[in-house]
Design a protein around this ligand. Structure first.
Ligand code: NAD
Ligand code: UFG
Length: 339
């Protein structure tokens, strides 16, 4: 069993990954500055697993804090979730995104090198693929310039990690290209808790369902898709969390830098999400069609064969589970962790 440093471990995907790590018998140290999360998420991780998490409130840009963590703990591997992720905000304050996501990642790998820790799993995104690629997207397809600064930071960090592993064979790095994480822990104790108005579809839908928002705006109904609305590959957050354990396993005995898509391989439209949510949960979601959102592509879904074959990972949950679990979390926690 390993001791894993989880940066951003109090966040949505990080907290779910902590549960899976602890349940699998790993020890977990979380470093999070709580800029987009709450310590309550980690309390719930501990409740669910009956295990303790070593929590350090601090920033990945702070090398003193990082060195202290590596001195105080015998860390075997790092899963790096910490970062800012709001696409719209990244267009308004790019430097904040460059500093946090790019400089922060450099600061982290420098501290890892000082501590002789060379196993890393990085949260990347399907947004790194060139928009001209036709789905299903596979890892051999070219990357391209993302349409926003958030996506740009993911591309840059991927590239610098690749170059690092090429230059120094001690590194073993997994780039996990997430498609669209949704859903929540089955218990309803943990889930996605965005601050302010949600940017993403699923938390918007659940906030409409719980009465915090009036209606869903569907961005575009004239795409060349099954019903004119955008098609994405939604992946249950617990399946995504487990992909990190598979990647850790793979990387502990490997060398170099490699990318894996983490998606179900199924494309699903916005209208299908709305309609399935209504059917599964018995709640109506009022909606309107609105203009397309700038930067959106019509269709994006994964070819996940590489993750299945090389990591031994499969997605266990289907769309109905994702939508039932998202709602279960939201209805038990109408105001997220701030109750
Ligand atoms: P999140 O905001 O819930 O989690 C990120 C965590 O990192 C938060 O707890 C935040 O407080 C922390 N953090 C941010 N900057 C930090 C810093 N400088 N030092 C320490 N902690 C810091 O987001 P999430 O949805 O859990 O995403 C996790 C990772 O996955 C991010 O890197 C994100 O870009 C990436 N990702 C997310 C999605 C998605 O749709 N959710 C898709 C693709 C990739
Ligand atoms: N959508 C709506 N209304 C909303 C929100 C979204 O119709 O209120 C639509 C979008 O137009 C899109 C789909 O729902 O067709 C999914 O949108 P999200 O914002 O939930 O997700 P994106 O696919 O735009 O982006 C997500 C992550 C990014 C990541 C990207 C990779 O948020 O971090 O996937 O493909 F980079």
């Amino acid at each position: 069993m390993s001791k894993v440093l989880v940066t951003g471990g109090a966040g949505y995907i990080g907290s779910h990954t902590c549960v899976e790590l602890l349940n699998a018998g790993h020890d977990v140290v979380v470093l999070d500055n709580l800029s987009n999360s709450s310590k309550e998420a980690l309390n719930r991780v501990q409740t669910l697993t009956a295990k303790s998490v070593d929590f350090v409130e601090g920033d990945i840009l702070d090398e003193v804090v990082l060195d202290q963590i590596f001195q105080n703990h015998q860390i075997d591997a790092v899963i790096h979730f910490a970062g800012l992720k709001a696409v719209g905000e990244s267009q308004k304050i790019p430097l904040k995104y460059f500093e946090n996501n790019i400089s922060g990642s450099i600061s982290l790998v420098q501290a890892m090198e000082r501590a002789n820790v060379f196993n890393l799993v990085f949260s990347s995104s399907a947004t790194v693929y060139d928009e001209a690629n036709i789905s299903p997207l596979n890892e051999d397809m070219p990357t391209g310039m993302p349409s926003n600064n958030y996506g740009y930071t993911k591309l840059i960090v991927e590239q610098l990690l690749e170059k690092l592993a090429q230059a120094d064979e001690r590194w073993s790095i997994a780039l996990l290209r997430y498609f669209n994480p949704v859903g929540a822990h089955k218990s309803g104790l943990m889930g996605e808790d965005p601050q302010g108005i949600p940017n993403n579809l699923m938390p918007y839908v659940t906030q409409v369902a719980v009465g915090r928002r009036e209606k869903l705006s569907i961005f575009g109904n004239d795409y060349d898709t099954v019903d004119g609305t955008g098609v994405r590959d939604y992946i249950h957050v617990v399946d995504l969390a487990n992909a990190h354990l598979c990647a850790l396993n793979n990387r502990l005995n490997a060398q170099g830098c490699r990318a894996w898509n983490i998606g179900t391989g199924n494309g699903c439209s916005v209208l299908e999400i709305k309609n399935t949510f209504e059917r599964v949960n018995g709640i109506e979601i009022p909606f309107e069609f609105a203009p397309r959102r700038e930067g959106d592509v019509a269709t994006s879904f994964a070819n996940n064969a590489r993750a299945v074959q090389e990591l031994g990972w499969t997605a266990k949950f289907g769309l109905e589970d994702m939508l039932a679990d998202s709602w279960n979390w939201q209805k038990q926690n109408p105001n997220g962790y701030r109750d």
